[in-house]
Write a protein that binds this ligand. Structure first.
Ligand code: THU
Length: 131
């Protein structure tokens, strides 16, 4: 949570003003942080969660325990749909810690946030039956 708060300071959010920090805890104890980075063509913006996990995977880490996400919103910040899918694919059913501005935490398993997720196994089934 502390790493996520630090990462939020590096958020680049000139368009929304909504600053987000994330910190992904790997099974080996390493922590990968990330912030949201907004682009003038808005669709190219990347969320803090995806910044963190892409950093981690590109550094060679593939096993994760939890991710903490913090914003300046008094309410908890839930992850967007794209981040749910990316985290499920690359991290599996980890704990998702939502931290509000006051520092209170709400913890949810990722499969609660993304039930009935699409995944690699769906692709494998059709590959086996294809003629
Ligand atoms: N954002 C995140 O970085 N993570 C979330 O969980 C929710 C939304 C960012 C994306 C964009 O820069 C800004 O917040 C407003 O959507």
């Amino acid at each position: 949570m502390k790493a996520a708060r630090l990462a939020k300071r590096r958020a680049y959010a000139p368009y929304s003003g909504f600053r987000v920090g994330a910190a992904l805890l790997a099974s080996d104890g390493r922590i990968y942080s990330g912030c949201n980075i907004e682009i003038s063509t808005f669709a190219l913006t990347i969320c803090a969660e995806r910044t963190a996990i892409f950093k981690a995977v590109s550094e060679g880490d593939r096993n994760f325990k939890a991710i903490a996400v913090v914003s300046d919103d008094p309410e908890y910040t839930p992850p967007c749909g794209a981040c749910r899918q990316v985290l499920m694919d690359l991290a599996g059913n980890i704990d998702f810690l939502m931290v509000n501005k006051a520092g209170n935490v709400k913890i949810m398993k990722l499969n609660k946030l993304l039930p009935h997720a699409f995944g690699q196994r769906n692709l494998e089934r059709t590959r086996r039956t294809k003629t």
